[in-house]
Design a protein around this ligand. Structure first.
Ligand code: HEC
Ligand code: HEC
Length: 186
């Protein structure tokens, strides 16, 4: 049943896409393998792309293409995309809705994480409800393991950004985990 439902969803999505552009449909299918057909990934190591801002998605896909951002699983996937494909794929995922996953946040850590988020003013850039806008990514409801990894990557300089790098350097592992419980549970 499950695989049949998935097949139907995939077929419907591909039909909707191929009406517009068959090449783009095929490319989103290759992303779906890890990020989910509708951009809601099923594994914590793969970020959900559904409902992410278009500008941010374009920037990140381009960063993987140039090697400014590196990941062994992700980097090989984007080489084939033309500039137009990047925009089309970003528009598609931005138009989807990020669903609540199976993550069960720890209430005590949520309280602690919310407090740190308020003190650090994450919402000044990531917007009310941390829903993102333009170049500022949506982080609300993102996968817990992915959020923890990104904050540590910024802190250790594995992922480079002039804003998030210095900010992450002020955070301990415990603070990162509390923040991620709060953010993933939104
Ligand atoms: C083999 C699995 C895999 C495939 C296929 C894949 N990705 Fe990814 N993607 C990842 C992983 C893993 C990450 C997180 C990398 C990290 O930890 O920095 C990622 C990250 C991303 C991000 C950054 C998200 C964020 O919140 O910063 C974007 C955008 C993205 N992928 C788009 C795509 C697109 C578009 C395709 C299809 C052309 C694609 N991916 C195919 C595994 C994959
Ligand atoms: C001054 C603006 C600013 C503030 C304040 C800020 N961020 Fe960010 N954040 C950004 C920008 C810009 C990016 C995208 C950076 C990039 O391209 O790598 C980002 C990226 C992220 C990412 C990676 C998202 C993804 O999908 O990969 C996470 C997680 C994150 N921020 C968490 C936080 C948390 C938690 C706080 C508060 C403790 C915070 N940010 C405060 C601007 C900000």
């Amino acid at each position: 049943m499950r695989s049949r439902t998935l097949a139907c969803v995939l077929a419907a999505t591909l039909a909707a896409w191929s009406a517009a552009d068959p090449a783009t449909a095929a490319k989103s299918d290759s992303c779906a393998h890890c990020h989910g057909t509708d951009g809601n990934s099923s594994s914590g190591s793969f970020p959900s792309l559904a409902g992410q801002t278009k500008d941010y998605l374009v920037t990140q896909i381009k960063a993987f293409k140039t090697g400014a951002r590196k990941n062994a699983m992700m980097s090989p996937s984007v080489g084939v995309l033309s500039d137009q494909d990047v925009v089309d794929v970003a528009e598609y995922f931005a138009s989807q809705t990020m669903t609540r996953g199976s993550f069960k946040p720890d209430p005590a850590l949520v309280t602690k994480g919310k407090q740190i988020a308020e003190e650090t003013q994450c919402a000044a850039c990531h917007q009310a409800g941390l829903k993102g806008l333009g170049e500022f990514p949506r982080i609300a409801r993102q996968k817990y393991p992915y959020i923890v990894k990104q904050l540590k990557d910024y802190r250790e300089g594995v992922r480079v950004n002039e804003v998030m790098g210095p900010l992450a350097k002020t955070l301990t592992d415990e603070q990162i985990e509390a923040l991620a419980h709060y953010i993933a549970g939104l």
